[in-house]
Design a protein around this ligand. Structure first.
Ligand code: TRP
Length: 328
């Protein structure tokens, strides 16, 4: 079986865009892959040092994976911080990484551009962890030698950088290291957010995945629509409400909704229907999430098991690398 590996950085609430665009397709790989899932809590430190909220969101990501169907008996679940080998490998990779490679990272460049625009010091707000974020991510990946790394589009560059650093190891030390492919979820829907732009935390237009029923209803009511009157025909193709509906409804329901748009369904009704199909999908995971969150000890046990499995192979793998490069 081929191996897949992917991580989620525990910062902020997980929303439907994450679920449809990344989590669901990644979990689908369990069927025919030796699948590794982890919480990139070390990466979260680049954004803030807040013990309580970091612990909470780390558990939140674990509970989310589990609530959405991750089966710890069929795949491996762990926290990045439980695997010291990742951080050790990260240092080795840093010494093989040209500084210019990091200068080209989109996330770093975006901050520099924003600083330029605001006429601030160009590196204002950039810590070294953020600057070398792609190196730590390369270590996450290369340490476990996956064939495939399922990620959203915004992460393609990071995977390319991981390949580049793996290649540097190969060239420098003649080591056999597997260079992973990014598995970009091409045919996965890009969900529109409340304002019609891509659903994204940075636009503040998200629908968090585990909102309580009433909150979910309220959030759906905030989806922007045009000002056509209730009985007027509406175009489904360009409607955010319809696009979201499509993702959660059955084929028959989608056809019926298309017709209802032509006939002139009111926005209020269309949103009520959207709530029905969304809530139908999310109800069970929502309860399961709450249940997992009330069992932190159980989650900890699962994470320890996962970490043990990872370290059983990571420790000799890293030792081998150290031997090769003269740190053995
Ligand atoms: N950078 C990824 C994100 O923000 C999270 C991540 C960290 C990751 N390490 C990884 C994803 C390794 C895949 C593989 O979404």
């Amino acid at each position: 079986m081929k191996r897949s590996l992917t991580g989620i950085k525990p910062t902020g609430e997980i929303h439907l865009g994450n679920y449809i665009g990344a989590i669901k397709p990644a979990l689908d790989l369990t069927k025919n892959h030796d699948a590794y899932y982890f919480v990139a809590n070390g990466h979260a430190l680049t954004q803030a040092h807040q013990k309580k909220s970091l612990e909470m969101s780390t558990n939140g990501v674990v509970a989310t994976w589990l609530a959405l169907g991750l089966d710890p008996n069929k795949s491996v679940l762990y926290r990045q911080s439980s695997i010291p080998e990742i951080f050790e490998l990260s240092w080795v990779l840093a010494t093989l990484s040209p500084k210019g490679l990091m200068n080209r990272a989109h996330a770093y460049k975006a901050i520099v551009d924003e600083n330029k625009r605001a006429e601030r010091d160009l590196d204002s707000g950039v810590n070294m962890g953020l600057y070398t974020y792609p190196i730590l991510m390369a270590a996450d990946i290369l340490l476990l030698q996956p064939d495939l790394v399922p990620v959203g589009r915004d992460q393609i560059q990071h995977i390319e950088m991981a390949r580049e650093l793996g290649l540097a190891m190969k060239r420098k030390h003649g080591m056999s290291i597997r260079l992973p492919d990014a598995s970009i979820m091409e045919d996965v829907a890009v969900l529109p957010g409340l304002d019609g732009r891509k659903m994204s935390k940075s636009y503040g237009n998200t629908i968090p995945i585990f909102l309580e029923k009433e909150e979910l209803k309220k959030r759906i009511n905030k989806i922007k629509t045009d000002s056509l009157l209730p009985h007027e025909p509406k175009e489904s193709a360009t409607s955010n409400v319809f696009q979201l509906y499509q993702v959660f409804a059955t084929a028959d329901e989608v056809n019926a909704m298309k017709e209802a748009f032509q006939k002139g369904i009111s926005w209020g009704e269309a949103k009520a229907e959207l709530f029905t199909v969304m809530n139908r999908t999310l109800e069970e995971p929502r309860e399961s999430y709450k249940e997992w969150m009330s069992k932190p000890k159980e989650m900890k046990r699962l994470l320890q098991e996962g970490a043990e499995r990872v370290r059983n192979e990571a420790t000799p793998f890293l030792q081998n690398i150290k031997n090769e490069i003269g740190l053995g």
